[in-house]
Design a protein around this ligand. Structure first.
Ligand SMILES: Cc1ncc(C[n+]2csc(CCOP(=O)(O)OP(=O)(O)O)c2C)c(N)n1
Length: 339
C-alpha cells in the first residue's frame, strides 16, 4: 500500500468547493452501491463494473479540469461520468438500457458519453480510451483551442502495447494530455504486481521522456493537486504528464464476481484505514470546514438523488425498436439505403 497523504494541507479553494468534492464522492459511492444491488437483481443488462473505493480519483481529477476539457474513461467509468457532471438519473437509465438514459439506452455501462460535458466516452477496449484522449489533445493542439484532455486507463491497460504507443506519441508531439493510470492493483483476477515487468508503471512511463508521478489515489487532495499541476503544464504548452494513481476497488471486477484472488482481510484493511470518503470527511471536520449536520445533509441528498434516479430508470420507456439504426453512420452510408 502507498503511504497516506493526510499531511498535505487542504488546497487553497473555497470551503463550499471542498464540501462539493465530498458531496460528489458520497453521491458516486451511493450510486455505485445502488447500481451494484440492482445489477445483482438482474435490472442491468450486460456487464457492470463498480468503482466503489475509487471515488477520490474521479472527483480529484474532474475538479482540477475546466468544464470544456475532455475526459475519456474505461469500462469502469460511472465515477468519471458522475464527477464530470452527468446526472445520476441519466447514468442509471443508461445502465438499464432505457430511452431516458444519457445515450438513449444504446451505450450501457461501458459507453457513457456526453460531448457537451466533455465526456468523450467510457470504453470497453482496455487502454482504448487513452487513444481517443490523445486524438482529442491533437485536435485541441491543431485547432489552437484552450482545451486539454485526460485519458484514464487501468493497471491492466498498462500492460497493453497501445497505451505505450499513445504515451510515446503524446510525448514526442508534446500534446496537451494528462495520462492517468488508475492502478487498483488487479486486472479482472490478475494480480498486477505479478505481471508488470520491472514492477513499476511510473518508471516505465518516465522512459518516454515525460514527467511521471505516483499518486495516492485514496486522497482526493493529492489527486487534485497532481492533475491540476499536470493540466496547467498541458494548457501552457508544456506537454503531457503521466500519473499512476494508486487506488483500490472494494468490489469484484464486475457485479457478482466471486473473488478468489485476494483476501477479505486485505479488503477490510483498505476499507477501514484508506477509505477516501472517511478520510476526507475527517480532514474537513478537523479543519472546521464541515459540521456533522452538513455531513448528514450530504448523505441525505445523495440518497434522495439516487432514489430519484432509480425511479426514473424504472419508469423510463424502452427505446423504440424502429430507431435502432439512428446514429449508425455505417448503416446510413451503405448502398441501397436512402439518406
Ligand atoms: C483489448 C481488451 N483485452 C481484454 C479485454 C477484457 N478485459 C476487460 S476488463 C479487463 C481488465 C482490465 O483491468 P484494468 O485495466 O486494470 O482495469 P480495472 O478493471 O482494474 O479497472 C480485461 C482484460 C478487453 N475488454 N479489451
Amino acid at each position: 500500500m502507498t503511504a497516506t497523504s493526510t499531511t498535505l494541507p487542504l488546497p487553497d479553494v473555497a470551503s463550499a468547493d471542498l464540501r462539493e468534492w465530498l458531496s460528489t464522492m458520497v453521491l458516486v459511492r451511493t450510486f455505485e452501491e445502488a447500481a451494484d444491488g440492482l445489477a445483482l437483481r438482474g435490472k442491468i443488462p450486460g456487464g457492470m463494473h463498480p468503482a466503489i473505493g475509487q471515488e477520490a480519483v474521479a472527483v480529484g481529477a474532474a475538479r482540477a479540469l475546466r468544464s470544456g476539457d475532455i475526459v475519456t474513461g474505461t469500462h469502469r467509468s460511472h465515477h468519471h461520468a458522475l464527477a464530470k457532471g452527468m446526472s445520476p438519473a441519466g447514468v442509471l437509465a443508461e445502465l438499464y438500457g432505457k430511452a431516458g438514459g444519457s445515450n438513449g439506452g444504446r451505450g450501457g455501462s461501458m459507453h457513457l458519453a456526453d460531448f457537451d460535458l466533455g465526456l468523450w466516452g467510457s470504453n470497453g477496449i482496455v487502454g482504448g480510451g487513452l487513444g481517443i484522449a490523445l486524438g482529442a489533445a491533437l485536435g485541441a493542439e491543431v485547432l489552437g483551442s484552450e482545451q486539454i484532455s485526460l485519458g484514464f486507463f487501468g493497471d491492466g491497460g498498462a500492460n497493453t502495447g497501445r497505451v505505450w504507443e499513445f504515451t510515446n506519441l503524446a510525448a514526442i508531439w508534446s500534446l496537451p494530455l494528462v495520462i492517468v493510470c488508475e492502478n487498483n492493483l488487479y486486472a479482472v483476477e490478475t494480480i498486477s504486481e505479478r505481471v508488470t515487468g520491472g514492477g513499476d508503471i511510473t518508471a516505465r512511463a518516465a522512459g518516454f521522456g515525460l514527467p511521471a508521478h505516483q499518486i495516492d489515489g485514496q486522497d482526493v487532495v493529492a489527486v487534485h493537486r497532481a492533475v491540476r499541476d499536470a493540466a496547467e503544464q498541458a494548457r501552457s504548452g508544456g506537454g503531457p504528464t503521466f500519473l499512476e494513481v494508486r487506488t483500490y476497488r472494494y468490489k469484484g471486477h464486475d457485479s457478482g464476481q466471486v473473488i478468489r484472488y485476494r483476501t477479505e482481510d486485505e479488503v477490510q484493511r483498505w476499507r477501514t484505514s484508506r477509505d477516501p470518503i472517511e478520510n476526507f470527511t475527517a480532514r474537513l471536520t478537523d479543519a472546521g470546514v464541515l459540521t456533522a449536520d452538513e455531513m448528514s445533509t450530504i448523505v441525505e441528498q445523495a440518497r434522495r438523488m439516487v432514489d430519484a434516479a432509480v425511479a426514473f430508470a424504472e419508469e423510463s420507456p424502452w427505446p423504440d425498436p424502429c430507431s435502432a439504426a439512428e446514429n449508425v453512420s455505417a448503416w446510413n452510408a451503405s448502398p441501397g439505403t436512402s439518406r
